[in-house]
Design a protein around this ligand. Structure first.
Ligand code: NAP
Length: 270
């Protein structure tokens, strides 16, 4: 989902882009990663590849860590060997969600589940592989044109159902991948070092995001409030994972509502 938009944003900014899908490059194959990066001779590498099945990671943490930890480290090592700046995409799930005010970059990490642990392992691997030439960009609650996402699911369920229950006890920053992608390209161009929190401005619950989606699209249904515990998902989720940047040179994104409208304007149907 994000990789497509980063490719488009980089091309719009006038860069030569080498997009690689999983079929073309398995980031767990360190030799293949090294060969691909050497061949591309990049000024920057943006790693959007990841194991993103949060519940699936609970059942196979070694599998998730191979991609999100060691795989991210291989990409960073290959980039370092080529003299390229690395942008590694990470997540709000490195936090435990017990805070009641936004998490800045210096907040202590404490992942609740396997996915968050695997992404944190990737952060550490990247920092070790390319000291001084990497950005670790934590974002959250992504929705975009090129992948399954919460807003797309709401649009589908909104057409199918008269009534829907959505959790209101998780609060975060919904982020449009079109906005995030542009920021990632800027971070690569300016070689903005270190951890960076980049997410849609403002915050809301999943219930609020569903309500805003239905209001914007004229879908009428009974929207009820549910709890995370009632859902009974295998992976724990942070109850509060609002991200803010403490670093003034970090690109700021528009409000999440603006991101939602930009996404809906694309006319994507689930
Ligand atoms: N989605 C969110 O809400 C969210 C929130 C915060 C941070 N993030 C982070 O944002 C980044 C982009 O996420 P996304 O939402 O765009 O996820 P996505 O749509 O699931 O894209 C991840 C891509 O990585 C590929 N991949 C998986 N294992 C691979 C491997 N071993 N080698 C090469 N490619 C591999 C996947 O291929 P297959 O489809 O074939 O498996 C998929 O194309 C990730 O780092 C994710 O952790 C996402």
């Amino acid at each position: 989902m994000l990789g497509h938009d980063v490719t488009a944003a980089a091309a719009r900014a006038g860069h030569d882009v080498t997009p690689l899908s999983r079929r073309e490059l398995d980031i767990c194959d360190a030799a293949a990663v090294s060969a691909a990066v050497t061949a591309a001779r990049p000024a920057a590498v943006v790693n959007c590849a990841a194991w993103t099945d949060v519940d699936g990671a609970e059942a196979d943490e070694p599998g998730a860590t191979a991609v999100n930890g060691a795989g991210a480290g291989s990409v960073a090592a290959a980039a370092a060997a080529a003299g390229a700046f690395v942008v590694q995409v990470s997540t709000d799930y490195v936090f435990d969600g017990t805070a009641r005010e936004p998490y800045g970059e210096s907040a202590p990490t404490a992942p609740l589940g396997a996915y968050g642990r695997s992404k944190l392992a990737g952060e550490l691997a990247v920092a070790e592989a390319v000291p001084g030439a990497h950005a670790i960009v934590r974002s959250s609650w992504l929705f975009g044109e090129h992948g399954g996402n919460f807003v797309a699911t709401m649009l589908r369920l909104g057409r199918e159902r008269d009534e829907l229950t959505v959790v209101d006890d998780q609060v975060g920053c919904p982020t449009f991948t079109g906005h995030l992608a542009t920021a990632l390209v800027t971070i690569a161009e300016r070689r903005l070092e270190g951890i960076r929190h980049v997410a849609g401005a403002g915050s809301c619950s999943w219930h609020d995001l569903a309500a805003a989606t239905f209001a914007a699209t004229g879908i009428e249904l009974r929207l009820l409030r549910g709890s995370t515990a009632e859902l009974g998902r295998p992976a724990p989720r942070p109850a509060y994972s609002v991200l803010r940047s403490e670093r003034p040179d970090t690109p700021a994104l528009p409000d999440w509502q603006e991101g939602l409208h930009a996404y809906l304007d694309l006319g994507v149907t689930a």
